[in-house]
Design a protein around this ligand. Structure first.
Ligand SMILES: [Zn+2]
Ligand SMILES: [Zn+2]
Length: 473
């Protein structure tokens, strides 16, 4: 369903191709290019700007600074903290984020931001700006984890066995914060910011489903972030190129013949076979992979019999594998299958393997676009100071933002939230995980700045022609 803003003045712009399936939304968003870039900058910068200086570094640098100032104002901080705590109290698992999604839509309604819903079950896609190109997407994930919160505080999870232990409650809040900052200046935006509220990042491949639903059609670039418990507040970290590994899961059932544990000769022991399989799987990385090509194979699940004196009929093992190149990833799939079936048969067992045990897709490598890395360094450097922009090593963790970054140029970064004076923050996925809410204005301002500055700096040449700008003046 589409939702339309009220009271936005329509211009005579032709419908945009992005919304061509629904010209009503094109009309409702048709603020057109009748507002010049100079005016946009005039709003953000207190002093008047001449047409020759509107792209000067000083002027551009002021945009993120002004966004952060605004994001730190008490009314915005209080609003964001309230949203974050409400979401934290009501955690929902992947594709079940109905209450979270409703909260997002309610806030977008209040801001007169049109959106599309549902996308991939619970996803919401909002639009701010002209409805025309360029289109810049900002993404937040909405899902919680199936675990019990152990932090005792006023806004503890009200749902037993579910917790926002990865900070996605903060991610949603920061994107809503950015929406507010951008919507307050929507008449000045020369293009469209696409707000992507995505379900099921932790499990289920929500990003892939959003992508298949067409959320990135005609979108030029996409940005995403994750809070980081072990990096200082006011800092960000990322890198150009590969950032997170590709990830897959596997589950194998190794079948033999059960029987009395004291009479092994009458059995075909799957526990023994599975143990050998696990040992052999360790050789894939240590003996077959290039030591300089980072890979992981971990068996994390081993379920066998239930009695001390009974050899079971079968054992189920499962785990995950990671790699940074497609070749290595495909090679691991092939070899994991060969090793499990081959080693099981050495012990007279049979094995069946499922590479999608929960029905979810393989997650590709997260690759940061190199040009966007420069853009990120510029914008975040002006917002936080260049000394607070940290370069990080790639990590073996996976992030389904990679589906987006595989489809169009994307950029993903960590946003620190640890303070010097504070006790060590527990890491993500810990039942003691907490969010330092001081991080919320930083995230909102970074999202808004990355998008707004991109619109200013990467306008199609035609809209930057001097003549057309002067006409508007
Ligand atoms: Zn997580
Ligand atoms: Zn997360």
């Amino acid at each position: 369903m589409y939702k339309y803003p009220n009271g936005i003045e329509h211009s005579s712009c032709p419908p945009n191709s992005y919304f061509s399936d629904d010209t009503r939304i094109a009309k409702s968003m048709g603020l057109c290019k009748c507002v010049s870039l100079i005016f946009f900058l005039h709003i953000f910068v207190p002093t008047p700007i001449s047409s020759t200086s509107f792209l000067s570094p000083e002027v551009l640098a002021q945009i993120p600074v002004n966004f952060l100032d605004r994001a730190n104002k008490p009314d915005l901080v209080d609003w964001m903290v309230g949203i974050r705590r409400t979401i934290h109290e009501n955690p929902e698992l992947g594709f079940e984020e109905f209450v979270t999604s409703k909260l997002i839509r309610t806030e977008l309604d209040k801001m007169n931001i049109p959106y599309k819903y549902p996308v991939a079950v619970t996803g919401v896609v909002g639009f701010i700006g002209t409805g025309g190109p360029p289109f810049i997407a900002l993404r937040a994930d909405m899902d919680a984890l199936a675990m019990q919160e152990r932090v005792e505080w006023e806004h503890k999870s009200k749902v037993p066995g579910k917790m926002h232990a990865c900070g996605h409650d903060a991610h949603v809040t920061m994107l809503l914060g950015a929406a507010k900052l951008l919507q307050e200046n929507h008449h000045e935006l020369q293009g469209t910011i696409v707000l992507v509220f995505q379900p099921a990042e932790e499990e289920g491949g929500g990003a892939k489903k959003m992508l298949e639903a067409g959320v990135l059609e005609n979108v030029d670039v996409i940005f995403g972030l994750h809070v980081s418990a072990d990096r200082p507040i006011g800092t960000v970290a990322s890198r150009p190129g590969p950032l997170f590994a590709a990830s897959g899961f596997f589950e194998a059932v190794i079948s033999g013949k059960g029987g009395h544990a004291a009479i092994p000769q009458d059995t075909v022991d799957p526990v023994f076979a599975a143990s050998n399989v696990i040992i052999s799987l360790q050789h894939l990385v240590s003996r077959e992979a290039d030591p300089l090509d980072a890979q992981v194979v971990t068996v994390a699940k081993f379920q066998g019999g239930g009695a001390f004196n009974v050899i079971p009929d079968s054992v189920t093992i499962g785990g995950t594998f990671r790699a940074f190149s497609k070749e290595s990833f495909v090679q691991l799939i092939q070899r994991i299958e060969e090793v499990i079936t081959g080693q099981a048969s050495v012990q007279r067992c049979n094995a069946t393997i499922d590479f999608h045990p929960s029905g979810e897709p393989f997650v590709p490598v997260t690759i940061n676009n190199k040009d966007l890395h420069k853009h990120f360094q510029n914008v975040a450097g002006e917002l936080l100071g260049t000394q607070n922009i940290k370069e990080m090593q790639p990590e073996m963790g996976a992030e389904d933002f990679s589906f987006f970054a595989e489809a169009i140029p994307g950029y993903y970064f960590y946003l620190g939230m640890k303070t010097e004076t504070q006790e060590k923050l527990e890491s993500e996925h810990s039942p003691y995980f907490t969010v330092n809410e001081d991080v919320l204005p930083y995230g909102a301002a970074l999202h808004a700045s990355l998008a707004a500055r991109y619109l200013v700096e990467y306008q199609p040449k035609s809209t930057l022609l001097k003549g057309s700008l002067h006409e508007e003046l």
